[in-house]
Ligand binder design. Structure first.
Ligand SMILES: [Cu+2]
Length: 119
């Protein structure tokens, strides 16, 4: 799916950015401050809002039309998301709006790890 490829591409871009920051010479306070801001951005979980289009309980995936996710610089799109084990899929319904947070799975892919509200 195109959206999945986009996210893989993003992962590469982020890795390159992290490598550049990690290898940048720490010569002055400006560089040190930029590094600290990067760490803070990593700790805070990316959050988004979207509407559930489909629930694949067997494979623990949701198809969601989500708005822009500013923390990741992602545009809005319709895509499949894997869902972390802690999320109760039975509490979700097709057609509802949700707010969610993202975390990375063992492969570095973003998965929905928390549904913070549902209507
Ligand atoms: Cu997306």
């Amino acid at each position: 799916m195109p959206s999945i490829r986009f996210h893989n591409g993003f992962k590469f871009a982020l890795a390159i950015a992290a490598a550049l920051i990690a290898t940048a010479p720490i010569a002055g306070s400006g560089t040190a401050r930029a590094g600290a801001e990067f760490v803070v951005a990593q700790v805070e979980k990316p959050a988004g809002q979207g509407t559930i289009n489909a629930i694949d309980a067997a494979n623990r995936k949701l198809n969601i039309t989500h708005g822009p996710i500013a923390a990741l610089n992602w545009p809005g799109m319709t895509m499949d998301f894997a869902v972390a084990p802690g999320v109760d899929l039975k509490a979700l319904k097709v057609g509802t709006k949700i707010s969610f947070t993202l975390a990375r799975d063992a492969d570095g892919m973003y998965v929905i790890d928390e549904v913070t509200s549902a209507q």
